[in-house]
Design a protein around this ligand. Structure first.
Ligand SMILES: NC(=O)c1ccc[n+]([C@@H]2O[C@H](COP(=O)([O-])OP(=O)(O)OC[C@H]3O[C@@H](n4cnc5c(N)ncnc54)[C@H](O)[C@@H]3O)[C@@H](O)[C@H]2O)c1
Length: 407
C-alpha cells in the first residue's frame, strides 16, 4: 500500500504511513516524488524512474537491468506517473533533499561555461559554437591565461552566417567569479598531461593528483555560488575527477561533510561518449564487430574497466572483448601517431545533448553510483538522471563494476 502526502505543493509517495506531511490524494497528470531511503554520501540523490523495481532497489547497479530488478507492483497513480515520465525517486537520506521539489530547471536555451580553453577545450568550443545554436544561448570561456580567452573570443566572434548574424551562440570571456553563473559548467582544465612519447602507461590516472587539486578549488566555488546546474567532467581521469567534484563541493570550510554542495545527479563525467564513438569506428571497419552499430552499448568508466557490449540482444563475449580492447587502447595508438586525442572527445559537442529540453535520448555519460561513477546510456530530463534500463545487461559489464566497487 502506498501513502500520498503534500510538501511544497508537490505530491510525495511512500510505503510509510504517518510521515510528517499532510496527506493528499494524487492528482492525475501531476508529477509524483517517491521517497526512498539511502546513504547520505554514497546513495543516489534523485532520479527519474523507468522501472518499478528501481523504487525497491534504488542504489545498486541493478537499476540498469530490468532482469535483475526486484518485483515491485505499483498502484494506479504511480503506474500512470511512471508511464508519463512523471515519477522521480528522491533519497531522503541526503541533507537538503527537499530542494529537489522546488528545483525549476530553466526553460529555453541554456548558458554554458567552459573552463579551460586548451586543446580539448578549444575543440569543444568550436563544436558547440557551430552545432549548439539550437540549445545554447551563449558560451562563456575562462582560463588562467587571459591571452588564450581573448584570442578565442575574437576568433569565435567572427564566425557568422551572412545575413543571419545570430545563428550561432555568442562566445564571451567570463571571469572566474562568474563561472557558475550558468546552466552547464564544463571542466576541461588540466595541468601535467604526460607528453606524447613519454613512457607513462596510464596517461589519464597520471593526471589525477594535479587535476584533483584544480577540481577542488572550483568545486568549492560552485558550492559558494549555490550552483544548481550541471557539472560536466571532461578532464582526465574523468570518473575520479567527477567524484572529487561531488565530494569536495559537499565539505565545509573545515573539510567536514555537510552535504550542502552539488547533488550527485548534478555531476556527470563525459568520457563514455568518446569510447562509444571509438567502438563505432572499429565496428564500421570490421564486419565481425558490426553488430555494435545497431545493438551495442558501452558501460563503465573512461578507461580501464570499460566494457563495450557488442549487442544487448545477441551478446557475444568474444566480440565484446575484442571491441573493448580496441577501444580502451585507442588513445595509446593515437599517441603513437604523435598526437593526443583531441577531436573525437568533444565532437559531437560534449555536453550539448544535456542542454536539450528532453535531455537528449541517448548521450553516453556516467553518473554517481554508490560513490563510484558508472557509465551507461543516459538521458537527463530534470530533475534527475535517467540511466537507460536494458531488458538484460551483459554480466561482464556489471561484473567489472562490482570488482571495482570492492576495490
Ligand atoms: N574526456 C575525454 O574524452 C578526454 C579526451 C581527451 C583528453 N581529455 C583530457 O582533457 C584534459 C585537457 O586536455 P587538453 O589537451 O586540452 O590540455 P591542454 O594542456 O591543452 O589544456 C589545459 C588547459 O587548462 C588550463 N589550466 C591549467 N590549470 C588551470 C587552472 N588552475 N585553472 C584554469 N585553467 C587551468 C591551461 O591554461 C590550458 O589552457 C586533459 O586532462 C586530457 O587528458 C579528456
Amino acid at each position: 500500500m502506498f501513502y500520498y502526502y503534500e510538501k511544497d505543493n508537490k505530491i510525495l509517495a511512500s510505503q510509510r504511513a504517518g510521515l510528517p506531511y499532510p496527506q493528499r490524494e494524487p492528482i492525475p497528470g501531476a508529477p509524483i516524488y517517491y521517497l526512498v531511503e539511502g546513504d547520505p554520501v554514497l546513495g543516489r540523490g534523485s532520479f527519474k524512474v523507468n522501472h518499478p523495481g528501481q523504487l525497491k532497489a534504488p542504489h545498486g547497479l541493478e537499476v540498469l537491468d530490468a532482469s535483475r530488478l526486484p518485483e515491485f507492483p505499483l498502484d494506479g497513480p504511480l503506474s500512470a506517473a511512471l508511464e508519463a515520465g512523471q515519477l522521480t525517486a528522491v533519497n531522503t537520506g541526503r541533507a537538503g533533499w527537499e530542494s529537489v521539489l522546488s528545483a525549476a530547471p530553466s526553460a529555453g536555451k541554456k548558458r554554458l561555461n567552459i573552463l579551460a580553453i586548451g586543446d580539448v577545450g578549444s575543440t569543444l568550443l568550436t563544436g558547440l559554437k557551430l552545432l549548439g545554436g539550437d540549445v545554447l544561448s551563449s558560451i562563456g570561456i575562462c582560463d588562467v591565461s587571459d591571452q588564450v580567452t581573448a584570442r578565442w573570443e575574437f576568433e569565435m566572434g567572427q564566425i557568422n552566417l551572412p545575413w543571419d548574424y545570430y545563428a550561432f551562440p555568442d562566445v564571451e570571456v567570463v571571469p572566474a567569479e562568474k563561472l557558475f553563473d550558468c546552466d552547464v559548467f564544463v571542466f576541461v582544465a588540466s595541468r601535467g598531461i604526460p607528453p606524447v612519447g613519454s613512457k607513462v602507461k596510464d596517461v589519464r590516472m597520471a593526471q589525477f593528483e594535479t587535476n584533483a587539486a584544480i577540481v577542488k578549488q572550483y568545486a568549492q566555488m560552485a558550492r559558494a555560488a549555490n550552483f544548481q546546474g550541471l557539472w560536466c567532467a571532461v578532464s582526465d581521469p574523468v570518473d575520479p575527477l567527477a567524484k572529487t567534484a561531488y565530494l569536495e563541493s559537499n565539505k565545509d570550510e573545515n573539510g567536514n561533510w555537510d552535504g550542502r554542495g552539488l547533488r550527485p545527479e548534478q555531476v556527470q563525467g563525459f568520457g563514455l561518449g568518446v569510447m562509444n564513438a571509438r567502438a563505432a569506428y572499429y565496428a564500421k571497419r570490421d564486419e565481425k564487430l558490426a553488430s555494435f552499430l545497431t545493438e551495442g552499448r558501452s558501460f563503465g568508466p573512461h578507461g580501464t574497466g570499460l566494457w563495450i557490449a557488442n549487442s544487448i540482444d545477441h551478446y557475444d563475449e568474444a566480440i565484446s572483448r575484442e571491441l573493448t580492447q580496441k577501444t580502451v587502447t585507442a588513445n595509446l595508438w593515437m599517441r603513437e601517431l604523435g598526437s593526443s586525442p583531441m577531436w573525437p572527445p568533444p565532437c559531437p559537442p560534449g555536453p550539448c545533448p544535456s542542454c536539450s529540453p528532453s535531455g537528449g535520448s541517448g548521450t553516453a555519460g556516467r553518473c554517481s553510483w554508490t560513490a563510484s561513477l558508472w557509465g551507461s546510456r543516459t538521458a537527463i530530463p530534470p530533475p534527475g538522471w535517467r540511466p537507460s534500463c536494458c531488458p538484460v545487461s551483459p554480466t561482464s559489464s556489471l561484473g567489472i563494476f562490482k570488482r571495482r566497487r570492492r576495490n
